[in-house]
Design a protein around this ligand. Structure first.
Ligand code: SAM
Length: 286
């Protein structure tokens, strides 16, 4: 066990600093102060972040933290912390780690006993969900789904019976294909398509999947999908093969069959014994 009292020790610190997702006025005074004070700022792309830092007159040393070689980059950042330097991690926009690099270095730095300190600030999914008009609690932040049709459908089916509101990130050139798959998998649920948050063309389109599909090819910019959860009786029209995919995925990740069935029951609202029976009689399940 490691307890971190962030501001009551003099250990080197890894700060996680969010940056604006559009509107530069959302850069907080604390974020600016910390970025000015640290020895090193690790970013995704030095050109993108260089412009932001220039705008706020921040001159700390900027280095790239590469997602495609996170292991080597993590070692480099840990070395800096071991040398007694304070480091800030930023991404191109929003929070680091939220569909952006940083997971490894946060695990490594916290395991090594350094302070890991978050700074409050913008993230697209938070703006999207609070103004979506969908039920906020509980929600699941899924982030990006796979790009290919087959893999995407498989992933969406895992969430089909979840009663929680689902939040996805999607690229504009894949939004139509993604919503078509959502319609096939979820049926014509309510959803909110949120785009260009904090920018002049910010828009919330609240409707059903099919209504939004009818206008989606006109839409440009960065997008978040906020999808209504499953409010059907969980045991009515159960897609048990999707539930079993979920159980098998958990087993592949190392859970026992018993725990995987229990987890699937919590996620879907379907009684444990129903999933148990289906799991042990796979041949009889469509
Ligand atoms: N780290 C970021 C965050 O905290 O939100 C997310 C980075 S992820 C690589 C980029 C995705 O976030 C975009 O494809 C889009 O789905 C979403 N996004 C980022 N900025 C946005 C904005 N201004 N409006 C809507 N969605 C945005």
């Amino acid at each position: 066990m490691i307890r971190q009292h962030s501001f009551e020790n003099d250990k080197p610190t890894l700060y996680l600093v969010p940056t604006p997702i559009g509107n530069l006025n959302e850069m907080s005074p604390r974020a600016i102060e910390i970025l000015k004070s640290v020895d090193v700022i690790a970013c995704e792309d030095t050109r993108t972040s260089g412009q932001l830092l220039k705008h706020f007159d921040i001159h700390s040393h900027l280095i790239a933290y590469h997602n495609f070689n996170e292991e080597a980059s993590t070692k480099g950042l840990l070395n800096l912390l071991e040398e007694g330097r304070n480091v800030a991690l930023i991404s191109d926009a929003g929070y680091p780690l939220i569909n952006d690099p940083g997971q490894r270095v946060v695990l490594a730095a916290s395991e090594a006993g350094f302070n890991v300190v978050p700074v409050s600030g913008p993230s697209a999914f938070l703006n999207a969900i609070v103004a979506s008009g969908q039920i906020v609690q509980p929600f699941i932040f899924v982030g990006f789904v796979p790009q290919g049709h087959g893999e995407r459908v498989k992933k969406l089916r895992e969430y089909k019976n979840y009663p929680m509101t689902l939040v996805f990130y999607e690229a504009p050139h894949r939004i139509e294909a993604c919503l078509k798959d959502c319609l096939d998998v979820f049926g014509d649920r309510k959803m909110t398509l949120v785009r260009e948050l904090t920018k002049v063309h910010e828009e919330f389109i609240r409707g059903t999947i099919s209504e939004i599909l009818a206008v989606v090819n006109e839409l440009k910019g960065e997008m978040v999908i906020v999808m209504e959860g499953c409010h059907d009786d969980p045991e009515k029209d159960v897609d048990m093969s999707a539930v079993l995919d979920m159980v098998n995925a958990s087993i592949e990740e190392g859970l026992s069959a018993k725990d995987a069935i229990k987890a699937a029951s919590v996620k879907t609202g379907i009684a444990k014994n129903k999933i148990y029976d289906a799991f042990h009689n796979k041949d009889t399940v469509s």
